[in-house]
Design a protein around this ligand. Structure first.
Ligand code: DX5
Ligand code: ZN
Length: 219
């Protein structure tokens, strides 16, 4: 499948959120990536339901909601109601991950699992057939604009290999430090969904940058 681009609204201008959402609507982007941080699972707080509800009113593309929060089960139904299409929880935040995945599916969303940089992809082995998306963090979650961790490439290769056996349609998403300089290598390693925050919103022409990211060919 052609890779997808998911600009992260964490890097948008919150005082002009409608403008930035409309820019993404008009661009070649595929999804909105929505980073929710609780100040407990990660050392930062981003935004919650009031902002997501307001953003959803203007957005014309699916919401890919990345929950960097503890005990996500408590809020899954409310994120679905707020307009999430994909809900991704962190492996490290879920004691009963299988139950959480079933809960996400029961509210009509696609289910994703995110891995911190130190978490091996092999930990997904027994859940891989049950999920729609695996998100490989290529920075420590919490902040936009960080530097890509190179070991991510090996993790993506291993995940791609695992998924080809049991879940060939899996979305393999990479998040953190993604930009025009590394997308080709990441496609080649197996990623098919690219989150981009800083790369898009710090670009002189964000719409053009989204088009450039979308049109990268694997090496
Ligand atoms: C980091 C978030 C990312 C972040 C990516 O915790 O999960 O989605 O917005 O930002 P960039 O692309 O700037 O690294
Ligand atoms: Zn994210």
């Amino acid at each position: 499948m052609k890779h997808l681009i998911a600009p992260s609204i964490l890097s948008a201008d919150f005082a002009n959120l409608q403008r930035d959402i409309e820019m993404i609507n008009e661009s070649e982007a595929d999804w909105f990536h929505v980073d929710v941080m609780d100040g407990v699972f990660v050392p930062n707080i981003s935004f919650g339901f009031p902002v997501i509800n307001a953003a959803k009113k203007h957005a014309k593309k699916p919401f890919d909601v990345h929950l960097m929060i503890v005990d996500p089960d408590r809020y899954v139904a409310e994120f679905a109601k707020a307009g999430a299409d994909v809900i991704t929880v962190h492996y490290e935040a879920c004691t009963h991950l299988h139950r959480t995945i079933q809960l996400i599916k029961s509210v009509g969303c696609k289910a994703g699992v995110a891995l911190n940089p130190h978490t091996p992809v092999s930990f997904l082995k027994d859940i891989l057939q049950d999920i729609d998306l695996a998100l490989v963090m290529s920075v420590n979650p919490g902040f936009g604009g960080q530097q890509f961790i190179p070991q991510t490439l090996n993790k993506l290769r291993e995940l791609k290999q695992m998924a080809s056996q049991v879940n060939p349609n899996l979305y393999i998403e990479v998040d953190g430090g993604v930009g025009i300089h590394n997308v080709a290598a990441l496609i080649e390693a197996g990623a098919n969904v690219f989150v981009a925050g800083n790369a898009v919103f710090a670009a002189p022409n964000p719409t053009q940058m989204i088009a450039d990211l979308k049109n990268v060919q694997a090496n």
